[in-house]
Design a protein around this ligand. Structure first.
Ligand code: HEM
Length: 518
């Protein structure tokens, strides 16, 4: 049992060199630390703080995790006799009890039609994995800008997480998923949705893309259109966490208008050399700096498009691009200088590359929505906690009607996006790929536009609620600052918002019956 002190005993230690304070029933000896305190010595010597219970002052200025750091835990010398700890951090893997911090299917008292028992078990195990294995590496790599550590990929591979990240399908056959919690034949788009929403809990946007953003979009064309032997070899290497893919479509010359690509692929057929010569550049390619395989869109001599699987080799140069998120994503500029690509590395048919590129767009955009809505929800939780603990004019911040109005809008946005997302996910579970393309392409595009545009409104509101802290990289508002800075990525990747909104409406117009009038 830790040493017990009375309030009076603590009160006697209230000066420089002999300074104790109480935070949530624990007594901290700050005598030596006070001079190094990042908030300064003076604030600790304040007569309301020195030798007193400073719980409220502490939590209005620091995140809870400050107290959990080993160097600060060591400052605890005992507890106040008869007092009990009242503030607890969420255990790794546990659900949050903050209202709206979890989707309704994970909220006490709610019912839902979509998720089964194996989804719940999967969610609990996956969150624990994210918080225990990924979060520590994510925060460190986001800081130093290096790619996610190899041990994280290794741990993911052991549970077949990289394979599951590619969604349901025959590639999961025979694999033990998440230690056997879910059977390959049970694995559906709701499991994948859970993965998308749990992974963003690391709140390190660049790192998340580093963790498999390139593979998520670069591997499907290989799996769906590659030669059997080749796709099996590559899928195995990638699922084992040993190799990485990236999708190299976008260029400085062409973004959403893939028809305008300038990278060229010329056929060469002279005896042993039967293949393509690839020349050109690609820009903003996620994971490019460390990818082993590039799924490249290029223009043929006939003016059509071809998609090629290109292995890293001489003639390929990748250099990092500085974006507003961290270099952990490995975002790069690629130069292909007369690179030879064997003919068997052609994905799909020559001059029919557009179909290959477009074929994965729905799944890719839907996946981006899962992540976008998941991180939007974390921001709602951050804001609810902050307005509850922050005091202004002697009252909690939520006492201001304007603040409550902002929170109301945030909750409505995230709940509507989640409900729409779950509905479309249910449709995906009950449609084959062709049906998804036929019925869902427009809705998914509209949902992505909705999710990312509401995310940006929520990011802006969150900054207003956090004030200066919302634009500061450390301290109470650090996740708000990060989110506000990186939220445009979601709105640009997979198609800019306006393009997607337009696509959704064009699809609807295409399906307008000829025989209807007002
Ligand atoms: C166990 C006791 C304490 C520890 C370990 C501690 C530690 C820290 C740390 C690590 C920071 C910088 C990180 C961050 O921005 O969150 C900080 C900042 C600060 N601390 Fe403390 N602190 C303690 C108690 C207090 C108390 C009782 C006050 C009372 C007024 C206080 C006032 C501040 C202020 C004003 C800042 C600067 C906040 C800002 O820049 O927004 N600290 N403290």
């Amino acid at each position: 049992m830790s040493k017990q002190f009375t309030v009076e005993e603590v009160a006697a230690h209230n000066k420089q060199g002999d300074l104790w304070i109480v935070v949530d029933s624990k007594v901290y000896d700050l005598s030596k630390f006070a001079a190094m305190h990042p908030g300064g010595l003076a604030v600790l010597l304040d007569e309301e703080v020195a030798g007193k219970d400073a719980t409220e002052a502490f939590f209005s200025l620091h995140r809870h995790e400050v107290l959990q750091k080993p160097q600060f835990k060591r400052l605890v010398i005992g507890t106040i006799a008869g007092a009990k700890q009242t503030i607890f951090a969420r255990e790794p893997g546990a659900l949050s009890n903050v209202p709206y911090a979890e989707p309704t299917w994970l909220s006490a008292g709610y019912h839902n039609p979509y998720y089964k028992d194996h989804h719940r078990k999967f969610q609990a195990a996956f969150r624990k994995f994210v918080e225990e294995v990924i979060v520590p590496d994510a925060q460190a790599r986001e800081e130093d800008g290096k790619k996610p550590s190899q041990y994280v990929f290794d741990e993911m591979a052991k549970l077949n997480i990289i394979a599951m990240r590619m969604g349901p399908g025959p590639h999961l056959k025979g694999l033990e998923l998440m230690g056997g919690i879910v059977k390959p034949e049970e694995f559906d788009y709701f499991h994948e949705l859970i993965m998308g929403q749990e992974t963003v809990r690391v709140l390190a946007r660049g790192y998340i893309d580093g963790l498999g953003g390139g593979t998520y979009i670069g591997l499907p064309p290989i799996m769906n259109f590659g030669q059997p032997a080749l796709r099996q070899k590559i899928a195995q290497e990638v699922f084992a966490g040993k190799k990485f893919c990236s999708l190299a479509i976008t260029e400085a010359f062409a973004g959403s208008d893939v028809a305008g690509l300038r990278c060229t692929a010329k056929r060469v057929e002279n005896g042993s050399q039967n293949g393509w010569i690839l020349t050109g550049t690609k820009k903003w390619i996620t994971n490019a700096t460390f990818a082993d395989y590039f799924t490249v869109g290029a223009r043929t001599e006939q003016g059509g498009l071809v998609v090629l699987l290109v292995e890293r080799q001489e003639g390929i140069d990748t250099k990092p691009i500085k974006t507003s998120y961290s270099p952990a994503a490995g975002t790069g500029y690629i130069t292909f200088d007369n690179v030879f690509v064997p003919y068997e590395n052609t994905l799909g048919k020559e001059n029919k590359g557009l179909q290959v590129i477009l074929s994965n767009f729905n799944h890719e955009r839907w996946g981006m929505v899962t992540a976008s809505v998941g991180s939007q929800r974390l921001i709602v939780e951050e804001c609810l906690k902050w307005v509850n603990q922050r005091k202004v004019f002697g009252k909690p911040l939520h006492n201001q009607a304007v603040i409550r109005a902002k929170i109301a809008a945030m909750i409505s946005r995230v709940e509507s996006a989640q409900a729409w997302l779950e509905n479309l996910t249910y449709q995906m579970n009950n449609m084959n790929y062709a049906e998804q393309a036929e019925y869902l392409a427009g809705s998914i595009a509209l949902l992505k536009q909705y999710a990312t545009s509401t995310a940006q409104l929520t990011a802006a509101d969150a900054v207003q609620i956090f004030g200066g802290r919302g634009i500061t990289k450390t301290g109470m508002g650090r996740f708000i600052e990060h989110y506000h800075r990186t939220v445009p990525f979601d709105a640009v990747l997979g198609g800019a918002e306006d393009v997607l909104g337009d696509l959704g409406v064009r699809q609807a117009i295409r399906k307008m019956p000829k025989n209807v009038r007002l």
